[in-house]
Design a protein around this ligand. Structure first.
Ligand code: KG4
Ligand code: ZN
Length: 385
């Protein structure tokens, strides 16, 4: 089964084709991502109106590229260039209509920015009707977990190859989902049955990385900027508080962000009325690194403490991390160090938003769910898993 996955919920326009690989999970045939990061960078965050308009321009070329690449690739990994065209493949690419090989379409319908979601959903609805393909609506946050079900291709001198004997995580799965919009611990009994153990009561952890980066004058998106600055800093320099929650597995990051702001204000000797965007120029480079490291340490420790607690209580067979913040090296390292079993996480380019995770989720959902009627599919900007 080959599925085209379409993602447009925030600032990446992405389309990918995956193919089922039986017990080996799914394998990637293409994954095209057009990021809007450079457009939004100047504003320090996503501007919804601009995001929607950028998706309109990008979506059809991105889908076309994903379909074409899927025809010529047996497996594909971005960052390593496009798959090489062999003579036979070239013939196949020009002769075949890529749509003949697509069995279903999957699209993110929730949650996200309404205008951005609409671009993906309207495109998918139209294509499903014209090309007569079943359409699967996919929940973006759940789909992040399914990046862990894609065979992580390895790279060598002869190109990219599937990781041999690789197997996707087994149930029950404890998933720590950490992105710019969501932070939650979920226990999956199966693909169909899951329980949310806890979630953030205010800001998502990725959002906290982004806001703290802004205070430190580091570029958007904040996660990678904080990680790079933290690598040069001393994480024990500034003590920051961890929120105490009524439900053990809930999170809160807005208090940490405010405590961070107050600590920086105190360090530079100004009161709480001093504008946050003028703080970074008063910090030395070393102070900026130490603040980044101290924040990252506190945020990561909070995530890891709760994941360990849930692991001890529920004894899952696998622990996975998913979402943009799963790209964070400190989070990966600390969780790996403290858990008695191996932690599963996607390659970095599958942690942030992509069409491959949407297609992967749809492959597993198609085993227990009927496709929707393309004429009825609506977007839902705010929807829990
Ligand atoms: O999953 P994602 O691409 O979009 C949402 O669904 O929200 O996640 C984006 C978030 C941003 O907040 C970004 O700062 C964060 O993931 N992020 C990171 C790293 N890379 C991306 N956070 C910490 N460390 C990173 N290396
Ligand atoms: Zn996401």
């Amino acid at each position: 089964m080959r599925i085209l996955g379409i993602e447009s919920s925030a600032d990446e326009t992405s389309a990918a084709v995956v193919e089922s690989d039986g017990p080996g999970g799914v394998r990637l045939l293409s994954n095209v991502i057009q990021s809007q990061i450079d457009i939004h960078k100047v504003y320090g965050g996503i501007v919804p109106e601009i995001s929607a308009r950028s998706h309109i321009e990008a979506i059809l070329p991105v889908i076309e590229a994903a379909l074409q690449q899927s025809l010529v690739a047996s497996h594909y990994s971005p960052g390593k260039g496009s798959p090489k065209l062999e003579t036979g493949d070239k013939r196949q690419a020009t002769q075949s209509d890529p749509w003949n090989q697509i069995d279903a379409i999957a699209v993110t319908y929730a949650p996200g920015l309404v205008g951005s979601l609409l671009m993906g959903v309207m495109t998918a609805r139209t294509l499903a009707l014209i090309k007569k393909k079943p359409l699967y609506p996919i929940h973006h946050v759940k789909a992040h977990v399914y990046a862990n079900f894609i065979n992580p291709v390895s790279h060598n001198t002869s190109g990219t190859t599937l990781t041999p004997r690789w197997r996707p995580p087994t149930f029950p799965i404890l998933a720590l989902i950490v992105s710019g919009g969501h932070t939650q611990l979920v226990l999956f009994e199966s693909h169909q049955q899951y329980k949310i153990l806890g979630r953030t009561q205010d800001d998502a952890v990725g959002e906290a990385f982004d806001k703290v980066a802004k205070i430190l004058g580091l570029p958007y998106p904040g996660g990678p900027s904080i990680q790079a600055a933290a690598a040069k800093g001393d994480s024990s320099k500034y003590t920051l508080p961890k929120a105490k929650m009524k439900n053990n597995y809930d999170f809160s990051f807005s208090g940490l962000k405010t405590a961070f702001l107050r600590r920086v204000q105190r360090e530079v000797g100004v009161d709480i009325t001093f504008p946050s965007h003028e703080l970074s120029s008063r910090l030395s480079t070393a102070e900026r690194y130490d603040f980044a490291a101290s924040f990252q340490q506190t945020a990561v420790e909070t995530l890891v403490d709760k994941t360990i607690k849930a692991y001890q209580e529920f004894s899952p067979a696998s622990v996975v991390i998913a979402g943009g913040v799963a790209a964070n090296q400190a989070l990966r390292r600390q969780l790996s160090d403290r858990l008695p079993i191996k932690v599963t996480y996607p390659p970095i380019w599958l942690c942030t938003d992509n069409g491959a995770m949407i297609a992967s989720a749809a492959y597993y959902e198609s085993q227990f769910r009927q496709p929707c009627d393309p004429r009825d599919l609506e977007v839902v900007p705010s929807l829990s898993m």
